[in-house]
Ligand binder design. Structure first.
Ligand SMILES: [Zn+2]
Length: 129
């Protein structure tokens, strides 16, 4: 969309999260980028990007050992996206630590959005990150 609007802040077709500057596609940015892979590894979600996105997500859920897969999956992806946007729009370099702190902060709030029997699990999950 930025390309269509002639918004040339950076070489926008390249991923801003990695040194390799791979082409920025959804699959690269969220799943295949070394930056993103570090994030997924920290969360404990294994994602096979050689198959379709839907199938990879279903498989990731099947092998994920924790609870609240989709909530944690969504928050993880969202903050990878936010790190990217923080660079594009605010020229703030993406860092793993910034991603982790923002993700942990949002996961902390998840405690209040889940059923009471999962709130302790959520707190424990965040504390172990
Ligand atoms: Zn990348």
């Amino acid at each position: 969309m930025l390309k269509r609007r002639h918004f040339h802040i950076v070489k926008i077709e390249s991923c801003v999260l990695c040194i390799a500057q791979e082409e920025e596609t959804i699959d690269h940015l969220i799943f295949n980028c070394p930056f993103s892979q570090t994030c997924w590894a920290k969360i404990g979600i294994s994602y096979n990007s050689s198959i379709s996105r839907i199938e990879a997500t279903i498989r990731a859920k099947e092998i994920y050992s924790g609870k609240l897969f989709f909530e944690i999956f969504t928050i993880t992806a969202w903050y990878i996206w936010k790190e990217r946007n923080n660079f594009i729009f605010n020229q703030i370099s993406p860092t793993y630590n910034a991603w982790l702190e923002r993700t942990k902060a949002d996961l902390t709030w998840l405690r209040y959005r889940v059923s009471p029997d999962l709130s302790d699990y959520t707190t424990s999950f965040v504390n172990n990150l």
